[in-house]
Ligand binder design. Structure first.
Ligand code: ZN
Ligand code: ZN
Length: 176
């Protein structure tokens, strides 16, 4: 078997997932929390009934883009098919980590008590600890900076925030 035929797709998929995390961080920080994108993203930072948020439209856009790439990859340039696989894998990781683990949009309760998943969980609770679009921290979805660093950053920004988000309750008393 041709080794390259296996290695190239794997490298493309892993590279795309890594790129997507950086890209999503950038979009989240500068578009979604900026003048342009806050209109949709606001729905994710406000308390509301269970169900869809306007913010989910961002996921739809990424999904449609990936589907388009699957087509272009199938008919025009095969490497793009693997890029589309990478975007899809990232979408699944985003869904599990952000929608599932942090926001509990799945039908069971699981709060990580240790390790990296706990750090990821707490970091995103801290993202939601400040009201409004300004002064937020931790914009990534599968990479989370150490929690102490985020708390320091929040304290420096002097925006009032809910300290409960790093408490032992796992942050369940903090707003979304
Ligand atoms: Zn946000
Ligand atoms: Zn969130």
């Amino acid at each position: 078997m041709d080794v390259l035929a296996f290695v190239v797709p794997v490298v493309i998929v892993i590279g795309t997932v890594a790129f997507m995390e950086v890209f999503a961080w950038w979009v989240h920080k500068y578009i979604m929390h900026g003048e342009m994108g806050w209109g949709w993203h606001k729905s994710h930072h406000e308390p509301h009934d269970p169900g869809f948020e306007k913010n989910d439209l961002y996921t739809v856009i990424f999904g449609v883009f990936a589907i388009g790439l699957f087509f272009v990859g199938s008919f025009v340039w095969p490497p793009l098919w693997w890029v589309a696989v990478g975007i899809t894998v990232y979408g699944v990781l985003y869904f599990v980590a952000h929608d599932g683990l942090v926001h509990q949009r799945w039908p069971f309760k699981y709060i990580p008590r240790k390790g990296y998943l706990k750090r990821l969980y707490q970091a995103h609770r801290l993202h939601h600890a400040v009201d409004g679009k300004d002064g937020c921290v931790s914009f990534g979805f599968i990479y989370a900076p150490p929690v102490d660093e985020l708390v320091k950053e929040l304290d420096k920004s002097k925006r009032p925030h809910d300290r409960a988000s790093r408490g032992d309750d796992g942050g369940m008393t903090a707003g979304r």
